[in-house]
Design a protein around this ligand. Structure first.
Ligand code: HEM
Ligand SMILES: [Cu+2]
Length: 488
């Protein structure tokens, strides 16, 4: 393995390298947890396909751990990327990142304890009042520890956004400058912020709001466990939970895409600039991410009609601005740039197209008449496995490959090539088999499937295995290179 000595870090950080080690650690921990949780995903598919016998209670514990864990991994890797690149433009305090990581890991320990010791199995969406009504499957204490764990993770990210927000305001004066509103409104701006800052500012605003709403409903649910007379209107609670859930999971990819804006120019030699359209797209997404969440409640007939109409109509538009701006600009930048393909660039470009493709099934599902038929089917896991596996995680692995790249151009040699291919083919297979299941009306979140559905379950398990092999190759390369660099 040549040239690994110089691979450590060539970021042009403003201050001293702010928490570079913590960022590398986050990506490595994220990768390791990903492999474990993918194995749990494989077990779920084998159980659904009748190839592995598993008690339904265990299935739902595993589903809870897989769902909560994967959302956490996506958020942590996204945050690592945002922090790393934001540090090129503003002055961040490393200690806050470490504190965030500690709160995050504490939360993970609580969540895992609640599930595998306390047997909590109410899914990562903790839908009120389910945590308090286990039907004897788990004790109140287990639900409380689970909710407390999520609160700790929420606190971690709130700290993260407060610090990144503080640093951006310290550098750019206020958030409207950082969102490039002068450029947007007047067509020019002195000291216009780079794309990484615009994207970060938008995510800070919408995910800050999302986390606060999530923390409120978590706290209410927690009190309700011990004081059952302390209640909240269940429909309001559901709105708050899905508002939070939608915003939080969307934020993961909006953070990860910063890696594309910052790394691709190194390959094409063309800087990614903040244009007026770019600023408009990010401001639009900032508002639409918040407004679109009722598409999770289209089957709640007691919801006001106008809210559902917003959910449907904004869904057509919400996916588009940033994706179009990103995917289209990427194509323009790539055209005749003589771009060098290596593992990092291949994964980052894959990430943008996985994201674009993965959003399409959600737009279909957000049409009310379609939603009536599709919503509680595997169509929905089909959509989010697509954009998380081939979108967000591909961007995260692209960033990891870039962090540990060698000094000389590498191309896509041997193991990297096969690992990338296995990840891509296996991951796409995992997502597409879910979509096929959805099209066959296979319900979502059922531990036991009938034999008529076994075909797609087993095909999914096969693709899952391939994607796990690919992930191990990509992660192994990252860890091996970090270890080699540490020794050098
Ligand atoms: C080998 C890859 C994977 C496999 C085989 C897999 C499998 C599964 C299965 C079987 C379910 C339950 C589906 C059902 O409702 O019946 C599930 C749910 C889920 N998965 Fe995955 N998964 C994989 C990767 C991922 C990744 C990479 C992410 C995110 C980064 C992810 C996030 C989720 C989430 C959020 C849920 C929802 C849990 C719930 O409904 O409460 N998965 N997955
Ligand atoms: Cu949503």
């Amino acid at each position: 393995m040549a040239n690994v000595s110089a691979l450590v870090d060539r970021s042009t950080a403003v201050g001293a390298k702010p928490a570079l080690t913590a960022v590398k650690l986050s990506m490595g921990l994220g990768g390791l947890a990903l492999v474990l949780l993918m194995l749990l995903g494989l077990c779920m598919r084998l159980a659904q396909g009748g190839l592995l016998s598993m008690e339904p209670e265990l299935f739902y514990e595993i589903m809870t751990a897989h769902g909560a864990g994967m959302v956490g991994i996506a958020a942590l890797t996204g945050a690592g990327i945002m922090w790393f690149f934001l540090a090129r433009h503003v002055q961040l305090t490393a200690a806050v990142y470490w504190l965030m990581l500690c709160c995050f890991l504490l939360g993970v320990a609580l969540v895992l304890g609640a599930i595998f010791v306390g047997r909590f199995a109410g899914a990562w969406t903790f839908l009120y009042p389910l945590p308090a009504h286990s039907g004897g499957v788990w004790e109140t204490g287990a639900a409380a520890v689970f909710l407390a764990g999520l609160l700790s993770i929420g606190t971690a990210f709130l700290l993260f956004y407060l610090e990144t927000g503080r640093a951006i305001i310290a550098r750019y004066g206020n958030l409207s400058q950082a969102l490039a509103w002068p450029l947007l409104l007047r067509g020019s701006q002195d000291d216009a912020p780079p794309p990484a800052v615009v994207a970060s500012a938008a995510v800070i605003v919408f995910n800050g709001i999302g986390i606060v709403v999530g923390a409120a409903v978590l706290a209410i649910s927690l009190i309700n466990l011990y004081a059952p007379s302390f209640t909240i209107d269940p429909l309001l609670a559901k709105n708050m939970i899905y508002f939070f859930g939608h915003v939080f999971i969307n934020a993961t990819i909006y953070m990860a895409v910063i890696a594309v804006y910052e790394i691709i120019p190194e390959y094409t030699g063309r800087p990614w600039k903040t244009s007026r359209t770019f600023a408009a797209a990010w401001s639009a997404i900032m508002l639409m991410v918040l407004a679109v969440y009722p598409h999770h409640l289209l089957q709640d007939t007691v919801m006001p009609g106008w809210a559902l109409a917003i959910g449907q109509v904004v869904s057509y538009a919400a996916g588009l601005p940033v994706i179009v701006v990103t995917a289209f600009s990427l194509l323009v930048y790539l055209t005749r740039s003589g771009m060098r393909w290596d593992l990092a660039s291949a994964l980052l470009v894959t990430g943008v197209f996985g994201w674009t493709a993965g959003v399409m099934p959600a737009i279909v599902d957000a049409v009310i008449v379609v939603n009536r038929v599709m919503h509680n089917t595997l169509w929905v896991p089909g959509h989010f496995h697509f954009y998380l596996l081939i979108g967000e995680m591909a961007m995260a692995f692209g960033f990891m490959a870039w962090l540990t790249r060698a000094d000389v151009p590498e191309g896509l040699p041997g193991a990297s090539y096969w690992g990338f291919l296995a990840y891509l083919i296996g991951g796409t297979g995992v997502a597409v088999t879910f979509l096929i299941g959805g099209a066959m009306s296979v319900p979502r979140r059922w531990a036991v499937h009938v034999p008529e559905w076994f075909m797609q379950d087993r095909a999914a398990a096969f693709f899952a295995l391939i994607s796990i092999i690919g992930t191990i190759v990509l992660l192994g390369r990252y860890l091996a290179r970090l270890a080699a660099a540490a020794k050098a």
